[in-house]
Design a protein around this ligand. Structure first.
Ligand SMILES: [Zn+2]
Length: 501
Protein backbone atom coordinates (compact mmCIF):
# COMPACT_ATOMS: atom_id res chain seq x y z
CA UNK A 1 0.00 0.00 0.00
CA UNK A 2 2.76 2.43 0.97
CA UNK A 3 4.34 2.49 -2.48
CA UNK A 4 1.14 4.13 -3.75
CA UNK A 5 1.81 7.16 -1.58
CA UNK A 6 5.22 8.09 -3.00
CA UNK A 7 4.44 11.69 -3.84
CA UNK A 8 3.03 14.49 -1.78
CA UNK A 9 -0.70 14.93 -2.27
CA UNK A 10 -4.20 13.82 -1.36
CA UNK A 11 -5.17 10.26 -2.24
CA UNK A 12 -8.67 8.81 -2.55
CA UNK A 13 -9.59 5.13 -2.52
CA UNK A 14 -13.06 3.59 -2.89
CA UNK A 15 -13.33 0.27 -1.05
CA UNK A 16 -17.00 -0.53 -1.43
CA UNK A 17 -18.81 2.22 -3.30
CA UNK A 18 -17.76 1.49 -6.88
CA UNK A 19 -18.92 -2.10 -7.24
CA UNK A 20 -19.35 -4.11 -10.44
CA UNK A 21 -23.13 -4.24 -10.21
CA UNK A 22 -24.55 -3.63 -6.72
CA UNK A 23 -24.94 -0.57 -4.51
CA UNK A 24 -23.86 -1.66 -1.08
CA UNK A 25 -20.98 -1.96 1.39
CA UNK A 26 -19.78 1.65 1.29
CA UNK A 27 -16.36 2.66 2.50
CA UNK A 28 -13.84 5.23 1.24
CA UNK A 29 -10.40 6.24 2.34
CA UNK A 30 -8.55 9.56 2.11
CA UNK A 31 -4.82 9.82 2.78
CA UNK A 32 -2.87 13.07 2.75
CA UNK A 33 0.92 12.94 2.35
CA UNK A 34 2.91 16.10 3.17
CA UNK A 35 6.53 16.90 3.67
CA UNK A 36 7.55 17.26 7.29
CA UNK A 37 11.00 18.14 8.55
CA UNK A 38 14.15 18.81 6.58
CA UNK A 39 15.32 15.34 5.71
CA UNK A 40 12.64 14.61 3.18
CA UNK A 41 10.46 13.14 5.88
CA UNK A 42 6.79 12.90 5.15
CA UNK A 43 3.71 13.06 7.31
CA UNK A 44 0.64 10.99 6.62
CA UNK A 45 -2.95 11.71 7.62
CA UNK A 46 -5.64 9.16 6.82
CA UNK A 47 -9.34 8.92 7.43
CA UNK A 48 -12.14 6.60 6.45
CA UNK A 49 -15.63 7.63 5.41
CA UNK A 50 -18.31 5.05 6.32
CA UNK A 51 -17.93 1.32 6.91
CA UNK A 52 -21.02 -0.44 5.60
CA UNK A 53 -22.01 -4.01 5.01
CA UNK A 54 -22.44 -5.64 1.62
CA UNK A 55 -26.02 -6.87 1.46
CA UNK A 56 -25.69 -9.56 -1.16
CA UNK A 57 -23.23 -11.67 0.86
CA UNK A 58 -25.17 -14.88 0.31
CA UNK A 59 -24.29 -14.70 -3.38
CA UNK A 60 -20.58 -14.91 -2.51
CA UNK A 61 -20.92 -18.63 -1.82
CA UNK A 62 -19.22 -18.83 1.59
CA UNK A 63 -20.80 -21.40 3.87
CA UNK A 64 -22.24 -20.08 7.15
CA UNK A 65 -21.48 -16.47 6.25
CA UNK A 66 -23.45 -14.00 8.35
CA UNK A 67 -22.47 -10.83 6.49
CA UNK A 68 -19.86 -9.31 4.18
CA UNK A 69 -17.82 -6.14 4.61
CA UNK A 70 -15.28 -4.14 2.57
CA UNK A 71 -11.67 -5.20 3.03
CA UNK A 72 -9.82 -2.58 5.10
CA UNK A 73 -7.50 -5.00 6.91
CA UNK A 74 -4.33 -3.63 5.30
CA UNK A 75 -5.41 -0.08 6.00
CA UNK A 76 -5.96 -0.81 9.69
CA UNK A 77 -2.67 -2.72 9.88
CA UNK A 78 -0.62 -0.02 8.12
CA UNK A 79 0.64 1.80 11.19
CA UNK A 80 2.40 4.49 9.17
CA UNK A 81 -0.80 5.58 7.43
CA UNK A 82 -3.34 4.42 10.02
CA UNK A 83 -6.67 6.26 9.78
CA UNK A 84 -7.22 8.73 12.59
CA UNK A 85 -10.98 8.91 12.15
CA UNK A 86 -13.97 7.09 10.75
CA UNK A 87 -16.40 9.75 9.52
CA UNK A 88 -20.00 8.59 9.26
CA UNK A 89 -22.23 10.22 6.66
CA UNK A 90 -25.43 8.67 8.06
CA UNK A 91 -26.98 5.68 9.78
CA UNK A 92 -28.04 3.34 6.96
CA UNK A 93 -26.72 -0.24 7.24
CA UNK A 94 -24.82 -0.06 3.93
CA UNK A 95 -22.76 2.79 5.46
CA UNK A 96 -22.59 1.74 9.12
CA UNK A 97 -23.07 -1.96 9.77
CA UNK A 98 -19.54 -3.09 8.93
CA UNK A 99 -18.46 -1.68 12.30
CA UNK A 100 -19.70 -4.44 14.67
CA UNK A 101 -18.34 -7.19 12.41
CA UNK A 102 -14.84 -5.67 12.37
CA UNK A 103 -14.88 -5.44 16.16
CA UNK A 104 -16.13 -9.04 16.46
CA UNK A 105 -13.27 -10.13 14.19
CA UNK A 106 -10.82 -8.59 16.65
CA UNK A 107 -10.00 -5.25 14.99
CA UNK A 108 -9.70 -1.91 16.72
CA UNK A 109 -11.38 0.90 14.82
CA UNK A 110 -10.42 4.59 14.85
CA UNK A 111 -12.65 7.11 16.68
CA UNK A 112 -16.00 7.56 14.92
CA UNK A 113 -17.52 10.95 14.04
CA UNK A 114 -21.25 11.03 13.32
CA UNK A 115 -24.48 12.95 13.89
CA UNK A 116 -26.52 12.48 17.06
CA UNK A 117 -29.05 10.20 15.33
CA UNK A 118 -26.31 8.17 13.58
CA UNK A 119 -24.52 7.55 16.87
CA UNK A 120 -27.82 6.60 18.57
CA UNK A 121 -28.27 3.91 15.91
CA UNK A 122 -24.62 2.81 16.27
CA UNK A 123 -25.03 2.64 20.05
CA UNK A 124 -28.03 0.32 19.63
CA UNK A 125 -26.17 -1.75 17.04
CA UNK A 126 -23.10 -2.35 19.22
CA UNK A 127 -25.36 -3.12 22.19
CA UNK A 128 -27.37 -5.56 20.09
CA UNK A 129 -24.11 -7.32 19.12
CA UNK A 130 -23.22 -7.55 22.83
CA UNK A 131 -19.88 -5.84 22.29
CA UNK A 132 -18.18 -4.92 25.59
CA UNK A 133 -17.77 -1.16 26.01
CA UNK A 134 -13.97 -1.38 26.19
CA UNK A 135 -13.94 -2.51 22.54
CA UNK A 136 -16.14 0.32 21.23
CA UNK A 137 -14.52 3.03 19.14
CA UNK A 138 -14.61 6.48 20.70
CA UNK A 139 -17.84 8.34 19.79
CA UNK A 140 -17.65 11.98 18.66
CA UNK A 141 -20.91 13.81 17.96
CA UNK A 142 -20.75 16.20 15.03
CA UNK A 143 -23.33 18.57 13.59
CA UNK A 144 -23.94 20.75 10.56
CA UNK A 145 -21.29 23.43 10.15
CA UNK A 146 -18.73 21.79 12.46
CA UNK A 147 -15.11 22.18 11.44
CA UNK A 148 -12.63 19.47 12.38
CA UNK A 149 -8.90 19.24 12.01
CA UNK A 150 -7.22 15.91 11.60
CA UNK A 151 -3.46 16.01 11.01
CA UNK A 152 -2.97 17.96 7.78
CA UNK A 153 -6.63 17.70 6.75
CA UNK A 154 -9.46 20.13 7.48
CA UNK A 155 -13.00 18.83 7.43
CA UNK A 156 -16.24 20.79 7.33
CA UNK A 157 -19.55 19.07 8.03
CA UNK A 158 -22.34 20.04 5.62
CA UNK A 159 -25.98 18.87 5.72
CA UNK A 160 -27.33 16.42 3.13
CA UNK A 161 -30.97 15.83 2.14
CA UNK A 162 -31.35 12.10 2.60
CA UNK A 163 -33.84 9.60 3.99
CA UNK A 164 -32.67 9.71 7.59
CA UNK A 165 -31.80 12.30 10.21
CA UNK A 166 -28.35 13.84 10.58
CA UNK A 167 -27.18 12.92 7.09
CA UNK A 168 -23.96 14.74 6.27
CA UNK A 169 -21.50 15.45 3.53
CA UNK A 170 -17.89 16.38 4.25
CA UNK A 171 -15.71 19.08 2.72
CA UNK A 172 -12.21 17.61 3.00
CA UNK A 173 -9.39 20.10 2.38
CA UNK A 174 -5.68 19.45 2.08
CA UNK A 175 -2.95 22.01 1.43
CA UNK A 176 -3.44 21.78 -2.34
CA UNK A 177 -6.90 20.46 -3.10
CA UNK A 178 -10.41 20.14 -1.74
CA UNK A 179 -13.00 17.38 -2.06
CA UNK A 180 -16.71 17.52 -1.35
CA UNK A 181 -17.71 14.01 -0.31
CA UNK A 182 -21.50 14.21 -0.59
CA UNK A 183 -22.58 11.04 1.22
CA UNK A 184 -26.06 9.89 0.24
CA UNK A 185 -27.86 13.04 -0.82
CA UNK A 186 -30.22 14.77 -3.16
CA UNK A 187 -30.71 18.48 -3.77
CA UNK A 188 -34.32 18.59 -2.43
CA UNK A 189 -34.69 21.85 -0.49
CA UNK A 190 -38.05 20.86 1.02
CA UNK A 191 -36.72 18.09 3.25
CA UNK A 192 -38.81 17.59 6.40
CA UNK A 193 -37.49 18.08 9.94
CA UNK A 194 -33.88 18.61 9.11
CA UNK A 195 -31.55 20.92 7.23
CA UNK A 196 -31.46 20.23 3.51
CA UNK A 197 -28.36 20.13 1.33
CA UNK A 198 -26.85 23.58 1.89
CA UNK A 199 -26.58 25.11 -1.58
CA UNK A 200 -25.65 28.51 -0.20
CA UNK A 201 -22.64 27.18 1.69
CA UNK A 202 -21.60 25.12 -1.33
CA UNK A 203 -21.78 28.21 -3.49
CA UNK A 204 -19.49 30.02 -1.04
CA UNK A 205 -17.03 27.15 -1.35
CA UNK A 206 -17.29 26.91 -5.14
CA UNK A 207 -13.89 28.48 -5.87
CA UNK A 208 -12.24 25.98 -3.58
CA UNK A 209 -13.86 22.62 -4.35
CA UNK A 210 -11.90 20.70 -7.01
CA UNK A 211 -13.59 17.30 -6.68
CA UNK A 212 -17.04 16.02 -5.82
CA UNK A 213 -17.18 12.39 -4.71
CA UNK A 214 -20.87 12.15 -5.47
CA UNK A 215 -23.77 9.81 -4.77
CA UNK A 216 -25.13 8.88 -8.21
CA UNK A 217 -28.38 6.98 -8.55
CA UNK A 218 -29.23 7.24 -12.24
CA UNK A 219 -31.87 9.34 -13.86
CA UNK A 220 -35.53 10.17 -13.43
CA UNK A 221 -37.88 11.62 -16.02
CA UNK A 222 -37.29 15.26 -15.08
CA UNK A 223 -33.76 14.52 -13.96
CA UNK A 224 -34.22 15.18 -10.25
CA UNK A 225 -34.76 12.95 -7.25
CA UNK A 226 -38.31 13.08 -5.87
CA UNK A 227 -38.88 15.87 -3.39
CA UNK A 228 -40.33 14.98 0.02
CA UNK A 229 -43.10 17.50 -0.47
CA UNK A 230 -44.15 15.67 -3.66
CA UNK A 231 -44.40 12.40 -1.73
CA UNK A 232 -46.41 14.13 1.00
CA UNK A 233 -48.83 15.78 -1.44
CA UNK A 234 -49.37 12.49 -3.27
CA UNK A 235 -50.19 10.73 0.01
CA UNK A 236 -52.68 13.44 0.94
CA UNK A 237 -54.43 13.24 -2.42
CA UNK A 238 -54.56 9.43 -2.38
CA UNK A 239 -56.01 9.36 1.14
CA UNK A 240 -58.64 11.96 0.22
CA UNK A 241 -59.58 10.43 -3.12
CA UNK A 242 -59.95 6.96 -1.61
CA UNK A 243 -62.86 8.22 0.54
CA UNK A 244 -62.15 5.30 2.87
CA UNK A 245 -62.05 5.40 6.67
CA UNK A 246 -59.16 3.01 7.20
CA UNK A 247 -55.95 3.61 5.31
CA UNK A 248 -53.07 1.13 5.41
CA UNK A 249 -49.80 2.91 4.81
CA UNK A 250 -46.72 0.72 5.21
CA UNK A 251 -43.37 2.53 5.19
CA UNK A 252 -39.81 1.32 4.66
CA UNK A 253 -38.30 0.46 8.08
CA UNK A 254 -35.00 2.33 7.90
CA UNK A 255 -36.47 5.54 6.44
CA UNK A 256 -37.84 7.36 9.48
CA UNK A 257 -38.56 10.52 7.52
CA UNK A 258 -41.29 8.49 5.78
CA UNK A 259 -42.89 7.79 9.19
CA UNK A 260 -43.12 11.56 9.58
CA UNK A 261 -44.31 12.29 6.05
CA UNK A 262 -47.02 9.61 6.42
CA UNK A 263 -48.00 11.04 9.81
CA UNK A 264 -48.26 14.58 8.44
CA UNK A 265 -50.40 13.35 5.56
CA UNK A 266 -52.75 11.65 8.06
CA UNK A 267 -52.84 14.83 10.13
CA UNK A 268 -53.64 16.93 7.06
CA UNK A 269 -56.53 14.59 6.26
CA UNK A 270 -57.71 14.68 9.94
CA UNK A 271 -57.25 10.98 10.35
CA UNK A 272 -56.15 9.33 13.58
CA UNK A 273 -52.95 7.29 13.46
CA UNK A 274 -52.22 3.72 14.56
CA UNK A 275 -48.54 2.79 14.60
CA UNK A 276 -48.23 -0.88 13.85
CA UNK A 277 -45.13 -2.84 12.84
CA UNK A 278 -42.42 -5.30 13.76
CA UNK A 279 -39.94 -5.04 16.62
CA UNK A 280 -37.51 -3.09 14.42
CA UNK A 281 -40.17 -0.55 13.58
CA UNK A 282 -40.97 0.17 17.22
CA UNK A 283 -37.23 0.35 17.90
CA UNK A 284 -36.90 3.13 15.31
CA UNK A 285 -40.02 4.82 16.65
CA UNK A 286 -38.50 4.86 20.13
CA UNK A 287 -35.31 6.35 18.70
CA UNK A 288 -37.36 9.09 17.03
CA UNK A 289 -38.88 10.05 20.35
CA UNK A 290 -35.49 9.95 22.09
CA UNK A 291 -34.21 12.13 19.27
CA UNK A 292 -36.83 14.70 20.25
CA UNK A 293 -39.74 14.12 17.88
CA UNK A 294 -43.17 14.00 19.49
CA UNK A 295 -46.13 12.82 17.43
CA UNK A 296 -48.45 13.96 20.24
CA UNK A 297 -47.10 17.48 19.98
CA UNK A 298 -47.58 17.48 16.24
CA UNK A 299 -51.12 16.11 16.65
CA UNK A 300 -52.05 18.93 19.11
CA UNK A 301 -55.36 17.22 19.93
CA UNK A 302 -56.41 17.42 16.30
CA UNK A 303 -56.04 13.67 15.90
CA UNK A 304 -55.47 10.72 18.25
CA UNK A 305 -52.31 8.62 18.13
CA UNK A 306 -52.24 4.95 19.13
CA UNK A 307 -49.20 2.72 19.56
CA UNK A 308 -51.31 -0.37 20.00
CA UNK A 309 -53.84 -2.07 17.75
CA UNK A 310 -55.77 -3.91 20.47
CA UNK A 311 -59.53 -3.77 20.04
CA UNK A 312 -59.76 -1.43 23.02
CA UNK A 313 -57.01 0.88 21.80
CA UNK A 314 -58.81 1.18 18.48
CA UNK A 315 -62.19 2.14 19.97
CA UNK A 316 -61.43 5.86 20.59
CA UNK A 317 -60.25 6.17 17.00
CA UNK A 318 -63.83 5.75 15.80
CA UNK A 319 -62.93 3.68 12.76
CA UNK A 320 -61.19 6.62 11.17
CA UNK A 321 -57.44 6.10 11.00
CA UNK A 322 -54.26 5.59 9.05
CA UNK A 323 -52.18 2.54 9.98
CA UNK A 324 -48.52 3.53 9.61
CA UNK A 325 -45.70 1.01 10.00
CA UNK A 326 -43.79 -1.95 8.68
CA UNK A 327 -46.44 -4.61 8.36
CA UNK A 328 -47.04 -7.37 5.91
CA UNK A 329 -50.36 -8.53 7.34
CA UNK A 330 -53.79 -7.07 7.97
CA UNK A 331 -55.01 -8.48 11.30
CA UNK A 332 -58.73 -9.15 11.70
CA UNK A 333 -58.89 -6.61 14.50
CA UNK A 334 -58.91 -3.81 11.92
CA UNK A 335 -62.05 -5.31 10.43
CA UNK A 336 -60.98 -4.04 7.03
CA UNK A 337 -62.70 -4.76 3.74
CA UNK A 338 -63.32 -3.29 0.31
CA UNK A 339 -65.94 -0.88 1.62
CA UNK A 340 -64.00 0.74 4.44
CA UNK A 341 -60.29 0.32 3.66
CA UNK A 342 -57.60 1.34 1.17
CA UNK A 343 -53.87 0.51 0.92
CA UNK A 344 -50.94 2.67 -0.18
CA UNK A 345 -47.67 0.75 -0.59
CA UNK A 346 -44.67 3.11 -0.46
CA UNK A 347 -41.81 0.75 -1.32
CA UNK A 348 -41.25 -1.98 -3.86
CA UNK A 349 -40.41 -5.61 -3.04
CA UNK A 350 -40.35 -5.20 0.76
CA UNK A 351 -44.14 -5.26 0.94
CA UNK A 352 -44.81 -8.01 -1.59
CA UNK A 353 -46.51 -10.31 0.97
CA UNK A 354 -48.83 -7.44 1.93
CA UNK A 355 -50.23 -7.32 -1.59
CA UNK A 356 -51.50 -10.87 -1.08
CA UNK A 357 -53.04 -9.81 2.22
CA UNK A 358 -54.85 -6.90 0.60
CA UNK A 359 -56.21 -9.23 -2.06
CA UNK A 360 -57.27 -11.73 0.59
CA UNK A 361 -59.25 -9.03 2.41
CA UNK A 362 -60.48 -7.68 -0.90
CA UNK A 363 -58.92 -4.26 -0.17
CA UNK A 364 -58.07 -1.95 -3.06
CA UNK A 365 -54.53 -0.58 -3.04
CA UNK A 366 -51.99 1.41 -5.04
CA UNK A 367 -48.23 0.90 -5.16
CA UNK A 368 -45.03 2.65 -6.19
CA UNK A 369 -45.57 1.15 -9.64
CA UNK A 370 -48.66 3.36 -9.98
CA UNK A 371 -47.08 6.40 -8.27
CA UNK A 372 -43.25 6.24 -8.31
CA UNK A 373 -43.07 9.39 -6.16
CA UNK A 374 -44.38 7.35 -3.19
CA UNK A 375 -40.95 5.74 -2.87
CA UNK A 376 -39.27 9.01 -1.95
CA UNK A 377 -35.67 8.42 -3.01
CA UNK A 378 -32.89 10.14 -1.11
CA UNK A 379 -30.16 9.93 -3.73
CA UNK A 380 -28.68 12.17 -6.38
CA UNK A 381 -30.12 11.64 -9.81
CA UNK A 382 -28.57 13.26 -12.85
CA UNK A 383 -30.55 16.49 -12.37
CA UNK A 384 -29.22 16.78 -8.82
CA UNK A 385 -25.67 16.40 -10.11
CA UNK A 386 -26.24 19.07 -12.77
CA UNK A 387 -27.64 21.40 -10.13
CA UNK A 388 -24.60 20.73 -7.97
CA UNK A 389 -22.35 21.44 -10.95
CA UNK A 390 -24.07 24.81 -11.49
CA UNK A 391 -23.88 25.63 -7.80
CA UNK A 392 -20.15 24.92 -7.88
CA UNK A 393 -19.67 27.15 -10.96
CA UNK A 394 -19.00 24.14 -13.26
CA UNK A 395 -15.53 23.93 -11.79
CA UNK A 396 -15.15 20.57 -10.09
CA UNK A 397 -14.41 17.14 -11.40
CA UNK A 398 -17.15 14.69 -10.43
CA UNK A 399 -16.28 11.23 -9.15
CA UNK A 400 -19.51 9.21 -9.11
CA UNK A 401 -19.88 6.54 -6.44
CA UNK A 402 -22.76 4.62 -4.89
CA UNK A 403 -23.57 3.10 -8.29
CA UNK A 404 -22.55 0.12 -10.38
CA UNK A 405 -19.43 1.18 -12.30
CA UNK A 406 -21.07 0.60 -15.70
CA UNK A 407 -23.33 3.57 -14.98
CA UNK A 408 -20.31 5.87 -14.88
CA UNK A 409 -19.16 4.63 -18.30
CA UNK A 410 -22.65 4.91 -19.70
CA UNK A 411 -23.35 8.45 -18.52
CA UNK A 412 -20.24 9.98 -20.14
CA UNK A 413 -21.96 11.24 -23.33
CA UNK A 414 -24.70 12.87 -21.32
CA UNK A 415 -22.11 14.37 -18.96
CA UNK A 416 -20.23 15.92 -21.90
CA UNK A 417 -23.47 17.32 -23.27
CA UNK A 418 -24.39 18.80 -19.88
CA UNK A 419 -20.86 20.13 -19.31
CA UNK A 420 -20.41 18.05 -16.20
CA UNK A 421 -16.75 17.06 -15.95
CA UNK A 422 -16.29 13.43 -14.89
CA UNK A 423 -13.14 11.72 -13.71
CA UNK A 424 -11.28 10.42 -16.82
CA UNK A 425 -10.95 6.87 -15.64
CA UNK A 426 -13.97 5.16 -14.09
CA UNK A 427 -12.91 4.25 -10.56
CA UNK A 428 -13.25 0.73 -9.23
CA UNK A 429 -13.04 -0.44 -5.66
CA UNK A 430 -9.53 -0.73 -4.25
CA UNK A 431 -7.95 1.55 -6.85
CA UNK A 432 -6.08 4.53 -5.44
CA UNK A 433 -6.21 7.95 -7.11
CA UNK A 434 -3.95 10.89 -6.42
CA UNK A 435 -6.16 13.96 -6.59
CA UNK A 436 -4.05 16.63 -8.21
CA UNK A 437 -5.44 20.09 -8.68
CA UNK A 438 -6.47 19.35 -12.28
CA UNK A 439 -6.27 15.63 -12.71
CA UNK A 440 -7.09 12.47 -10.81
CA UNK A 441 -4.17 10.12 -11.38
CA UNK A 442 -4.61 6.39 -10.95
CA UNK A 443 -1.60 5.26 -8.89
CA UNK A 444 -2.49 1.78 -7.71
CA UNK A 445 -4.88 -1.01 -8.58
CA UNK A 446 -5.35 -4.33 -6.96
CA UNK A 447 -8.32 -6.66 -7.15
CA UNK A 448 -11.01 -5.68 -4.66
CA UNK A 449 -12.30 -8.18 -2.14
CA UNK A 450 -15.30 -8.60 0.09
CA UNK A 451 -14.71 -10.19 3.45
CA UNK A 452 -17.51 -12.54 4.36
CA UNK A 453 -18.00 -12.81 8.11
CA UNK A 454 -18.30 -16.21 9.73
CA UNK A 455 -19.07 -16.54 13.44
CA UNK A 456 -17.33 -19.24 15.52
CA UNK A 457 -19.42 -18.19 18.48
CA UNK A 458 -21.55 -15.12 19.19
CA UNK A 459 -18.40 -13.38 20.45
CA UNK A 460 -15.89 -14.17 17.78
CA UNK A 461 -15.89 -13.93 14.03
CA UNK A 462 -13.37 -14.52 11.27
CA UNK A 463 -13.21 -13.26 7.70
CA UNK A 464 -13.18 -15.29 4.50
CA UNK A 465 -12.09 -13.23 1.50
CA UNK A 466 -13.88 -13.37 -1.82
CA UNK A 467 -12.93 -11.42 -4.94
CA UNK A 468 -15.52 -8.80 -5.81
CA UNK A 469 -17.56 -9.87 -8.80
CA UNK A 470 -21.04 -9.28 -10.25
CA UNK A 471 -23.71 -10.94 -8.11
CA UNK A 472 -26.89 -9.99 -9.97
CA UNK A 473 -29.40 -12.77 -10.10
CA UNK A 474 -27.75 -14.46 -7.16
CA UNK A 475 -28.46 -14.27 -3.45
CA UNK A 476 -30.86 -11.79 -1.88
CA UNK A 477 -30.49 -8.86 -4.27
CA UNK A 478 -31.76 -10.54 -7.38
CA UNK A 479 -32.48 -7.34 -9.19
CA UNK A 480 -30.02 -4.55 -9.46
CA UNK A 481 -30.06 -1.53 -11.74
CA UNK A 482 -30.28 -2.94 -15.25
CA UNK A 483 -27.52 -1.64 -17.49
CA UNK A 484 -29.68 -1.71 -20.59
CA UNK A 485 -32.46 0.18 -18.90
CA UNK A 486 -30.18 2.87 -17.54
CA UNK A 487 -28.45 3.24 -20.92
CA UNK A 488 -31.86 3.73 -22.54
CA UNK A 489 -32.82 6.32 -19.95
CA UNK A 490 -29.60 8.31 -20.39
CA UNK A 491 -30.13 8.35 -24.16
CA UNK A 492 -33.79 9.33 -23.96
CA UNK A 493 -32.99 12.11 -21.50
CA UNK A 494 -30.26 13.50 -23.73
CA UNK A 495 -32.59 13.49 -26.75
CA UNK A 496 -35.23 15.30 -24.73
CA UNK A 497 -32.70 17.91 -23.64
CA UNK A 498 -31.45 18.39 -27.20
CA UNK A 499 -35.01 18.83 -28.46
CA UNK A 500 -35.71 21.41 -25.79
CA UNK A 501 -32.55 23.26 -26.81
ZN1 LIG B 1 -28.51 5.96 2.78
Amino acid sequence: MREAFKKIGLYWQPLGGNNPDQISGHCYRYTDIRSAGKNGQKSSTSLLVDLGKFDNYKALGVKNAAAAVPDIRDILADKKNAPGALLLTHSHPDHLNGIPHYIKAGYTLPPVYGGKYTLMILYDLLTEFNIPRRLWPKFNVIKNGDKLKLGTLNIEVVPASHTCFDSFGFIISSADTCVYHTGDMKIDQAACFRKPTDLKRLQELAAKIDYVVVDFYGISSDGFAVSEITTYLRLVSLIKESKKNKIFLPVYPTHPEMYLIAFMAALKCKKNVVFYGNVDFFGYLKLLSEYGISFEKMAKDRIKVSYSHDTEALLPLENNYVVIGTFNDVPDVFDADRKNAFGIITASTFFNPLKGQFNLHNIKFVTVDDYPELQGYGHAFWGDIEKLNQTLAQRPCFIPTHCPIFMIDDVRNLADFCKVRLIDKTPRNNQIFRLEKNKAQLVSERPAKWLTVVYNSPDSAYFVEVLQQPTSGKGFLKRTISQRRSQRKFKAYMLKRKRNG
